[in-house]
Design a protein around this ligand. Structure first.
Ligand code: IMP
Length: 197
């Protein structure tokens, strides 16, 4: 089975993506690749951060790899927390503190529409074309609930209700979340591309 390094330390993302890809590819997270670093996300766009993560890992391993960066973009907050989603309430990257901050900022605001956006960066090297950089993007529109619902998933899942659903991502099984999710849409494009390679 072909393997591909995924430049992440987030096991939730690994599980979601591996369940989508099935047995076509084996996804290797950083820990399994023997890499113990916290890759910085210093940029103002998801694309630049995704690129930084993939380039960092490619430079260490010299192996084909991909990374992803995801942001929650809330209309009434002018697209915030967006690229700052992980550290919205501070450097601790605390899921609960981030959720509390979103709910506080949206208190009394009627427009609660939002979207998750994922950008994947693939670094792919082959003998024909050398090293190439490819991007894939997926979005999931929805709205922010007035309080937390459910205990599954991670991050902002308990307050995000995708369009067409009546429950939050945190109330869904991983398979159900994958039918709606931003990550699934970006990952599907990535693996369609790889299958044609
Ligand atoms: P990053 O892509 O790891 O930088 O994630 C940015 C922030 O968004 C982190 O706080 C994540 O927990 C959160 N996040 C990323 N993807 C999801 C998701 O699918 N559901 C809920 N929160 C997410």
């Amino acid at each position: 089975m072909p393997t591909l390094i995924f430049a992440t330390n987030n096991q939730n993302k690994v599980n979601e993506i591996q369940s989508l890809v099935g047995s076509d590819f084996k996804i290797i997270p950083l820990k399994e690749a023997g890499i113990d670093i916290d890759i910085p996300e210093p940029h103002d766009t998801l694309q630049e951060n995704a690129n930084e993560k993939a380039v960092t890992i490619f430079n260490i391993t010299n192996q084909n790899c991909f990374s992803e960066d995801t942001g929650l973009e809330i209309d009434a907050l002018n697209g915030e927390p967006g690229v700052k989603s992980a550290r919205y309430a501070g450097e601790g990257r605390d899921f609960q503190a981030n959720i509390d901050k979103v709910l506080l900022h949206l208190d009394g605001i009627e427009n609660r529409s939002a979207q998750f956006r994922t950008v994947i960066c693939l670094l792919w090297k082959d003998e024909v074309n050398g090293l190439q950089t490819h991007y894939f993007e997926g979005t999931c529109k929805g709205h922010i609930a007035s309080e937390m619902h459910g205990e599954k998933g991670f991050g902002y899942d308990p307050i995000f209700i995708p369009e067409g659903a009546s429950k939050s991502f945190a109330q869904m099984s991983m398979d159900e979340k994958n039918t709606y999710s931003h990550r699934q849409k970006a990952v599907t494009q990535l693996f369609e591309f790889l299958r044609l390679k």
